[in-house]
Design a protein around this ligand. Sequence first.
Ligand SMILES: CC(C)(COP(=O)(O)OP(=O)(O)OC[C@H]1O[C@@H](n2cnc3c(N)ncnc32)[C@H](O)[C@@H]1OP(=O)(O)O)[C@@H](O)C(=O)NCCC(=O)NCCS
Length: 146
Amino acid sequence: MNSPYFPLSSIADMSTSAPISELPAGKNPALRVVPMPADANVHGDVFGGWIMAQVDIAGSIPAVERAQGRVATVAVNSFLFKHPVFVGDLVSFYADIVKTGRTSITVSVEVYAQRMRHSHEIVKVTEATLTYVATDESRQPRVLPA
Ligand SMILES: CC(C)(COP(=O)(O)OP(=O)(O)OC[C@H]1O[C@@H](n2cnc3c(N)ncnc32)[C@H](O)[C@@H]1OP(=O)(O)O)[C@@H](O)C(=O)NCCC(=O)NCCS
C-alpha cells in the first residue's frame, strides 16, 4: 500500500536524531519483525499499539517457558516509547525475566530498531515491564513449577 497522503518516500526521509546504539551483546532477541505500512499511524510512523502488541508477545515467550504452560498478561507495569519506529525498520525485542513470585513472572522487554533506510543505524526505541500470571485450564492462577 502506498497512500497518496503518506507516501513511503516521505517515511524514508524522516530523521531520527536518536542516539545510535548497539544490539545487546551475547543475547538472542525473543522476536524480530519488520513493521509494514498497514502498521503505521496517520503520520506514517509505526502505531504505538502495534509496538505494544509485539512487546506483549515477546515478553510472553520467556514467561511461557518459565511457567511451562499458558500465561495471561495481568499488568503492564511501565512502558516508554523513547524514539519512533518507522515502517521498514528491523525491530528486535529482547525479553528477560526480572522477577518471579508464587504465580507471577515479571519480564523486562527492550526494543531496538535497525533503520534499514538509514545506513542500518540501531536505535533503542522502547522499554517496558510486564507481569504475566501462570494459569490453569480454568484460567485461574497456577503456582509456578520449581
Ligand atoms: C491473570 C488473572 C488470571 C489473575 O487472576 P487474579 O485472581 O487477578 O490473580 P491474583 O490476584 O491471585 O494475583 C496473581 C498474581 O498476579 C500478581 N498481580 C496481580 N495484579 C498485579 C498487578 N497489577 N501488577 C503486578 N502483579 C499483579 C499478584 O501479585 C500475584 O502474583 P504472585 O502469585 O506471584 O504473588 C486474572 O486477573 C485474569 O484473567 N486477567 C485477565 C488476563 C487477560 O485477559 N490478559 C490479556 C490477554 S492475555
